[in-house]
Design a binder for this molecule. Structure first.
Ligand SMILES: [Zn+2]
Length: 198
């Protein structure tokens, strides 16, 4: 069971947030995080982004995916409109950074993001969005708008006791490096966006 372990205010380039850490044990070095925009009301319909960690995209600005741009766009939207970013520690669609690097190496040989995972004996997508529901429960949020293109995230909310009011699309322009990755996300995982090149 997740517990709120610590919280503080966090001024950012996008505005002021509250940063909260959730884990089962206080010694957990990789707790899930929640960023709550200043002034957010939790007892009405709340804008939520469920975002899974991607160190290559968010920290190193990798052009192989769009996670960094999605996180920035979500922080901007939520700072302006109120809401919460739930940052889940499931690197590489939950295969971990070592396997992700191995998968990237296979992709250099021509495998796509799904084929590479399967060739490593790993699931195409092993993410679990239930910690997001657990954190919303702790925060007392039960009606949300979800910023996402991912139908899996929508169904994980729809299958919970949280009411999904509507989806807010997160449109990111593809670049030449991530174009085929985004095309696979759309064709294999059914993500809801246009894959137009900038
Ligand atoms: Zn990424």
């Amino acid at each position: 069971m997740l517990k709120l372990q610590a919280q503080t205010t966090l001024p950012t380039d996008f505005g002021n947030f509250k940063l909260l850490a959730f884990s089962e044990k206080e010694e957990d070095w990789m707790p899930h995080l929640a960023l709550i925009a200043e002034g957010t009301e939790l007892d009405t319909v709340t804008n939520i982004r469920i975002h899974s960690e991607c160190i290559t995209g968010e920290i190193f600005h990798s052009r192989k995916c769009e996670c960094g741009q999605q996180l920035d766009a979500a922080m901007k939207y939520i700072s302006e409109n109120g809401g919460i970013i739930l940052y889940l520690r499931q690197e590489g669609r939950n295969i971990g950074i070592i396997n992700k690097i191995k998968a990237y190496q296979l992709q250099e040989k021509g495998f796509d993001t799904v084929e590479a995972n399967l060739k490593l004996g790993l699931p195409a997508d092993d993410r679990d969005f239930s910690p997001a529901v657990e954190i919303l429960d702790i925060l007392g949020v039960d009606k949300i708008n979800l910023l996402t293109n991912n139908p899996e995230k929508m169904s994980s909310i729809e299958n919970s006791h949280i009411h999904l009011n509507r989806r807010i699309p997160l449109n990111i322009k593809a670049n030449e490096t991530n174009y085929s990755y985004l095309a696979t996300k759309k064709s294999y995982f059914g993500h809801l966006f246009e894959t137009s090149l900038t």
